[in-house]
Unconditional design. Structure first.
Length: 600
C-alpha cells in the first residue's frame, strides 16, 4: 500500500496520493448506520466482517458552534440552524459521508455513524463533541434539563435558553439550606471534614473521599465553570463569577475566593510553568457586552497580577467569545480573525496577528509544550478557499512553518502539541481525519484505524485545545473507542504509520479514557456505574503485555455523585484523583458539587 509521503504533494497537505489504501485501512468505506441514527438510509446492507473501525460522530450531536452560553442540560438533536429537530428527523450536519469520499490525503472516508457512550467527534468543522463526564448514564440524567435554542443572526450564533420539558436537572443530594444566598460555595464542606458522611459504608479496597466542595450559586439558567488547575499545593477552580482554591490534600480554602463583577467567559486551559493563569470576564450584561476583561492570577497565592482590556482592532473584531492559550511566557488571546499576544508575567503586549490585510486570517490557537500553533482561514468565499496550519515563535509571532490543508477541510481540534496531532473535518463530505506532523511541520501520518473514537472536547467550545481522553508520546497516540452496551477500549496508534500497535479493554463495563502519561505508563480513568465508583488505572507502554492495573477504586457510596459532574474536568496528581464540573445547573436548592478529590 502506498503511504502518504513525508512531504505533501503540490497543492498542500491533503492532496490526493498515488493510490488509496486497501480494504480495512483508515477511510475504508463502511456501511451506513442502522435506521434510527442521524441521517442514515433506511435499511443498511450487512456490515463487513470485523473491520478495525472508524472514528466517531457524536452520540448526542452537538449544536453549531456558539459563543459562551449559560449552563443547561445535555444537547438535543439539532435541526437546521440549531433548532431542535422533530423526533426521527435527520440531522443534515450528521448525514453519512458518501462511501469512498476522499479525505485530506486522498484516502476514502467512511460514513459517520451514530455512537453511544460518551460524546463523539464533531460532525462538522469546529463543532466539538460535548464533554459529559458520565457517559451513557449522563445522557439519561441530563436529557430533561433545559436546552438552548440557537438563533443565527448575521452569521453569528447566539444562545437563547428555553424551559426544557420540566424534568429535574441532575442533583447530587437532597435540599440545601435555603439561607445560603451568598456567591460562595455552600458550607457543606470545610475541607477534611465530612458533614455529609460520604465515606460511611466504604468497602474494603475502596479509596476515600478526601474532600469535596459544593458549587456557588448560579442563575437558574445555569452557568459555566471552566478550567481546573492542580499544583503541588492547591486545586483551583473557576465557576460563574469566582475563582476558588483548595488545599490538594485537605480541601481547606487555600485563599479567599477571587470575585469578578461579571461572569467568567474564558480561561487558559493550561497554567504557566510558574503556576500562573489568566481569566477573562465579560465587560457587562448588555447585549453589547464583550468577553474582553483579562486578569492574571497566581494559583499558589491567590494574588491578582496584571489586568487589562483586550485590544480591539476595528468594527469586525468581535469579542463575544475569545479563547486563551499559554505557551511559555506568551499568552495568546484569540477571537475570530484576530489574535493579541501578551507577556503572561507583565501583561505587556507583544504582537497582533490577523492585521496584515492579507488573504488569510487566524481562526484558532493551541499553546503548550513550548509551541504555539495557529490555524488560518485563507481566501474566504473564493474558489481557492482553504485552511492552513502554522507554528509561530511564541515570543515574536514569527511564522516557523506553514502547512496548507486541502480545500474543503478544516482543522477542528488539536489533540496533541508535541507531537502535533490534529483532527480535521469536512462539512460537505461529512467526513473526518486525524493527521500527525513532524517538528518542522511536514506530514507524518494519518490514523488508519477504522474505529469510532470518543475523546471529549468540551461543550460547544470553539477552542482548538482542551480535549480530554486523548494522550500522546513521541511515537504513539492513545485514543478511547466509543462504547455501546459493553466496555470500550484504548487503542495505541503508531505515529510513524498511523496503524494500530495494540489495544486494551476497559476493566469494567464502563467507558475508559486516557488521562496522561506518567512514569512510562498510561494513566486512564474508568467512569463510574450506577452503584460502583470510578477507577484510575495504569497501562504499561513498554513490553508485549498491556493490561490495566488498578491504582484507585473510588467508593461505591459516592458513585452517583461522581456520575453527576457535567462536562467534567479530571486530573490525576500525586496519587489523588480530582474531578470538577464544567457546568453549573443553576439549581440552588441542591447540594451540587463543584469539586471532589479521592485518594487512599
Amino acid at each position: 500500500m502506498t503511504q502518504p509521503p513525508n512531504q505533501p504533494p503540490q497543492g498542500g497537505f491533503g492532496a490526493p496520493q498515488d493510490q488509496p489504501p486497501q480494504g480495512g485501512g483508515f477511510g475504508a468505506p463502511q456501511t451506513p448506520p442502522a435506521q434510527g441514527g442521524f441521517g442514515p438510509p433506511s435499511t443498511p446492507p450487512t456490515p463487513p466482517a470485523a473491520p478495525q473501525g472508524t472514528p466517531p460522530p457524536p452520540a448526542a450531536p452537538p449544536q453549531p458552534p456558539a459563543g459562551p452560553q449559560p449552563g443547561y442540560g445535555y444537547p438535543q438533536q439539532p435541526g437546521p440552524y440549531g433548532a431542535p429537530a422533530a423526533p426521527g428527523a435527520q440531522n443534515p450536519y450528521n448525514a453519512p459521508a458518501p462511501p469512498g469520499a476522499p479525505g485530506p490525503y486522498g484516502y476514502p472516508q467512511q460514513p459517520q455513524q451514530p455512537g453511544f457512550g460518551y460524546p463523539q467527534q464533531p460532525p462538522y468543522p469546529g463543532a466539538p463533541a460535548p464533554g459529559a463526564g458520565g457517559g451513557r448514564k449522563r445522557t439519561a440524567l441530563i436529557v430533561g434539563a433545559a436546552v438552548a435554542a440557537l438563533a443565527v443572526i448575521g452569521g453569528t450564533v447566539y444562545a437563547v435558553t428555553s424551559g426544557g420539558d420540566g424534568k429535574k436537572k441532575p442533583v447530587a443530594q437532597h435540599s440545601d439550606d435555603p439561607k445560603n444566598a451568598s456567591g460562595s460555595p455552600s458550607p457543606s464542606s470545610s475541607g477534611g471534614d465530612d458533614p455529609e458522611n460520604l465515606n460511611a459504608g466504604r468497602k474494603a479496597g475502596e479509596a476515600k473521599v478526601l474532600w469535596y466542595q459544593s458549587a456557588p450559586q448560579a442563575p437558574g439558567s445555569g452557568a459555566e465553570a471552566p478550567g481546573m488547575w492542580i499544583t503541588d499545593k492547591v486545586a483551583v477552580k473557576a465557576a460563574y463569577k469566582q475563582v476558588f482554591a483548595y488545599g490538594v490534600g485537605d480541601g481547606k480554602p487555600a485563599w479567599s475566593p477571587i470575585s469578578f463583577p461579571q461572569k467568567i467567559c474564558a480561561v487558559t486551559p493550561q497554567k504557566s510553568a510558574d503556576d500562573k493563569v489568566v481569566v477573562a470576564y465579560m465587560s457587562g450584561v448588555s447585549d453589547n457586552a464583550q468577553c474582553n476583561q483579562l486578569q492574571q492570577i497566581d494559583l499558589n497565592t491567590g494574588q491578582k497580577g496584571w489586568s487589562g482590556t483586550l485590544d480591539h482592532h476595528g468594527a469586525f473584531d468581535i469579542q463575544v467569545e475569545i479563547n486563551l492559550a499559554i505557551s511559555g511566557k506568551t499568552l495568546m488571546a484569540s477571537r475570530s480573525g484576530a489574535g493579541t499576544a501578551y507577556d503572561v508575567d507583565s501583561g505587556r503586549k507583544l504582537y497582533n496577528t490577523g492585521q496584515d490585510g492579507g488573504s488569510c486570517g487566524p481562526s484558532g490557537y493551541a499553546g503548550g509544550a513550548g509551541r504555539l500553533i495557529q490555524t488560518e482561514s485563507c481566501a474566504a468565499f473564493q474558489p481557492d478557499e482553504h485552511d492552513e496550519i502554522q507554528e509561530l515563535d511564541p515570543a515574536t509571532g514569527k511564522v516557523k512553518w506553514t502547512q496548507p490543508v486541502k480545500k474543503g477541510w478544516q482543522v477542528a481540534k488539536v489533540y496533541s502539541l508535541d507531537p502535533l496531532v490534529v483532527y480535521l473535518t469536512n462539512q460537505d463530505k461529512k467526513a473526518w481525519n486525524i493527521s500527525t506532523f513532524t517538528k518542522d511541520g511536514k506530514f507524518r501520518s494519518e490514523v488508519k484505524v477504522n474505529e469510532k473514537f470518543a475523546p471529549r472536547c468540551g461543550f460547544l467550545s470553539q477552542s482548538l485545545e482542551g480535549c480530554q481522553g486523548v494522550a500522546a508520546d513521541a511515537d504513539t497516540l492513545y485514543l478511547p473507542t466509543d462504547t455501546t452496551s459493553s466496555a470500550n477500549e484504548i487503542v495505541a496508534i503508531s505515529l510513524a504509520t498511523g496503524k494500530e500497535k495494540w489495544r486494551v479493554k476497559s476493566p469494567a463495563a464502563e467507558p475508559m479514557s486516557p488521562m496522561k502519561i506518567e512514569g512510562g505508563k498510561l494513566i486512564a480513568y474508568v467512569q463510574p456505574s450506577y452503584d460502583t465508583g470510578g477507577q484510575v488505572v495504569s497501562i504499561p507502554l513498554g513490553g508485549s503485555t498491556h493490561t490495566t492495573t488498578k491504582l484507585l477504586q473510588n467508593p461505591s457510596g459516592t458513585a452517583q455523585i461522581e456520575d453527576t459532574f457535567f462536562s467534567s474536568d479530571i486530573d490525576w496528581a500525586d496519587g489523588r484523583f480530582f474531578i470538577s464540573t464544567g457546568q453549573l445547573t443553576g439549581n440552588n436548592q441542591t447540594k451540587e458539587k463543584l469539586m471532589m478529590a479521592f485518594g487512599n
